[in-house]
Design a protein around this ligand. Structure first.
Ligand code: ADP
Length: 210
């Protein structure tokens, strides 16, 4: 008899840069959810000896590698900025690998439900089909700018340029099943996550026919 493939109940977590996705994911994790984070997966794939590095080296040469054999992010960013073909080529290597690894981690997760954190979930299109529910972390744009400037030391214009390349706040909110308002304190975020955690436990149990 074929083993029944376990289907995880997957909640997509997204939001603009600096909205508080990582903060929210950390609180979901403390509550007992499994976290699958596509940013973290991309980092691992492009770290020293990462699974994507052979293909990246073959496509772009040693110039985009660090001494340890990891992706030299600054060099790659400069290349991708100059050439749309280079950016497309890098995405062509990384996106299928990220997709496959995140699917694998969702299926392997041993938790009542999975939070699949994808910064550009709405922009990427296909991830929407892979999640049963979509949770958007939201805060006013001025606060996003401030938080990213404090976190990274970027200039306001640089943060605004990144935000301009992302889907707008209204479109993101329109796509959401659930919204975490992170315009307040971390404690206020924590309280909202606790409420959603209870809801997701119930939804996951129903989805599994428990
Ligand atoms: P994202 O993952 O969406 O880019 P983060 O979770 O990293 O955003 O949050 C951006 C920055 O703002 C981080 O330095 C984080 O510690 C801080 N931060 C997030 N939420 C709050 C909050 N409610 N109050 C104060 N600082 C916050």
């Amino acid at each position: 008899m074929q083993p029944v493939k376990r289907q995880a109940f997957v909640v997509g977590l997204t939001g603009g840069i600096g909205s508080g996705k990582s903060a929210a994911a950390d609180i979901f994790a403390e509550s007992g959810a499994a976290i699958v984070d596509t940013d973290r997966i991309a980092h691992a794939l492009t770290g020293p000896g990462g699974a994507a590095m052979a293909a990246i080296r073959a496509a772009f040469g040693d110039g985009v590698l660090t001494g340890e054999g990891a992706l030299n992010r600054a060099a790659m960013r400069a290349l991708a900025f100059e050439s749309q073909d280079a950016r497309k080529c890098l995405e062509g290597i990384l996106h299928p690998m990220i997709r496959e690894e995140s699917e694998h981690q969702c299926l392997a997760a041993r938790a009542p439900y999975v939070i699949l954190a994808v910064p550009l979930l709405i922009e990427s299109g296909t991830y929407r089909e892979r999640v049963q529910r979509l949770c958007v972390v939201d805060c006013p744009e001025a606060l996003q700018v401030l938080r990213v400037m404090q976190r990274s030391g970027l200039e306001e214009s640089q943060v605004r340029a990144i935000m301009a390349a992302q889907v707008g706040r209204a479109e993101r909110l329109a796509a959401a099943d659930d919204i975490l308002d992170n315009g307040g304190t971390i404690d206020a975020l924590r309280e909202q996550v606790a409420g959603l955690h209870r809801r997701y436990l119930a939804l996951a149990a129903t989805a599994k026919g428990l």
